[in-house]
Every structure is written in C-alpha cells, then in structure tokens.
Design a protein around this ligand. Structure first.
Ligand SMILES: C[S@@+](CC[C@H](N)C(=O)[O-])C[C@H]1O[C@@H](n2cnc3c(N)ncnc32)[C@H](O)[C@@H]1O
Length: 209
C-alpha cells in the first residue's frame, strides 16, 4: 500500500488518470460499449424498491453505456465523470444529465439519489480519499439508499501505466464502508462461473445503515 499523498500529488493522480481516459475516449467507447454488465445492473436494482422510477447516480459513467440501460429500464439516471469528452459522449448516447466533476472534488446534492452505481470507477480513488468520497455518497443517498461498486481486487496501490488505482479485498472494503455508515448486503466475484483466481473483479452491494 502507498504512503499518504500530498495535495499536489493527489491533483497529479487525478489529472493524469482522467487525462488517460480523455486522450482515448473514442477507443474506450468502441472497446467497452458492448460489455455485458447486466449482472451488476441487476444487483443494484434488486436491492432497491421495485415498480417505481428511481434516481440513480452512475459514478464514473464513462461514455454512457449504463446510463442508457437504466433509462431504458424506466429509471432516472444521472451520470458523473471527470473526462469532458466522456461527459459529452454520455449526454449524446443517453440524453441523460451528466455532471462534469472530479472524484476528489465532488459536489453532490444531499439526499437526491436512491442508488449509486460505481462500476469500475471507485478503484481510481487513492485509498486515503475513499472515506471522504464514501461519506459524500452517504449524504447524497436517500434513507435506505443502495451503493453498488465493482472494482478490480488485490492488495496493492499505485500506477498502472497512466492510471492510478487501489486494489483491495472484501474485508478492507467492508471496513471502509462500515466506517462511512454503510452495511454490506451482498458481494460476488466476476466473471461468473470461473475459479476464484480467474475472477479479478469484486462487486459489493451495500446500504445506508
Ligand atoms: C474504467 S472507466 C469505467 C467507465 C464506466 N463506468 C464503465 O463501466 O465502462 C473509469 C471511469 O472513471 C473516470 N475517472 C477516473 N478517475 C476519475 C477522477 N478522479 N474524477 C472523475 N472521473 C474519473 C474515468 O474518466 C472513466 O470514465
């Protein structure tokens, strides 16, 4: 695990990581537009009240694949991403509102979302900043709100090329979540049906306590 970063270093981490996505926005869309994350979408929606339109924040929405899925299922998704190109693409692909915000300088309204969908995005946050982001999620959710997250797992933190990431396992995420006022409801590893060593992704469903 890395030592604590200074404010300048955190700014660099964010600028370089978002810059990586920004510089290859079209290639990212082509490579991920057909990814099947229906298991993750279902995991979030199953934990929420059924039969009503829900307000969902797609945190780190990228070019908007999952915004469109939630919208087509009758919900009211809002995207959020730090890459300006992704925000434009996501608005174009989904016609949903998309907030252009950086994860380390979030300005979320309080009590406005039923669920937060953080698919392959939270791991880009340096672990020292996770408590603050999770507590902002808690404030942005309505009572009984649900947080879904899916992240590559492991025991490491640092650069992977031009992208910064932290890689932790269920036990550590559980600690972060409980400290921020969430309880873990469910978790699973992906891809489905493989031995654990071939399942690099950890998905967690948690709820406001
Ligand atoms: C691996 S992509 C996942 C995109 C989308 N959720 C998906 O499943 O395809 C990570 C996303 O997080 C965004 N991101 C990474 N670090 C960020 C930061 N510090 N602030 C805002 N957005 C960030 C990137 O721009 C990118 O859209």
């Amino acid at each position: 695990m890395s030592n604590k970063h200074s404010q300048d270093s955190l700014k660099d981490i964010e600028r370089i990581t978002v810059g990586h996505y920004e510089s290859r926005a079209d290639v990212f869309w082509t490579g991920t537009r057909d990814h099947d994350v229906s298991q993750n979408v279902k995991a979030l929606l199953q934990a929420l009240p059924q039969g009503k339109a829900l307000d969902i924040l797609d945190f780190g929405c990228g070019p908007g694949r999952d915004l469109l899925t939630f919208k087509n299922l009758g919900h009211r998704p809002t995207g959020l991403d730090g890459s300006e190109s992704f925000c434009k693409m996501a608005r174009k692909h989904s016609a949903c509102p998309v907030l252009h915000q950086q994860f380390l300088q979030l300005e979320l309204e309080r009590g406005v979302f039923d669920g937060i969908f953080a698919n392959a995005s939270l791991f880009h946050i340096p672990s020292q900043c996770l408590p603050n982001v999770l507590s902002q999620f808690r404030q942005a959710l309505r009572p009984e709100g649900i947080l879904f997250m899916s992240n590559p797992r492991g025991n490491d933190e640092g650069w992977n090329g031009q992208r910064y990431g932290h890689y932790i396992e269920l036990e550590q995420y559980t600690e972060y979540l409980e400290q921020a006022g969430f309880k873990v409801l469910d978790h699973y590893y992906r891809p489905e049906g493989k031995p654990r060593e071939e399942q690099p992704w950890l998905a967690i469903v948690s709820q406001i306590m």
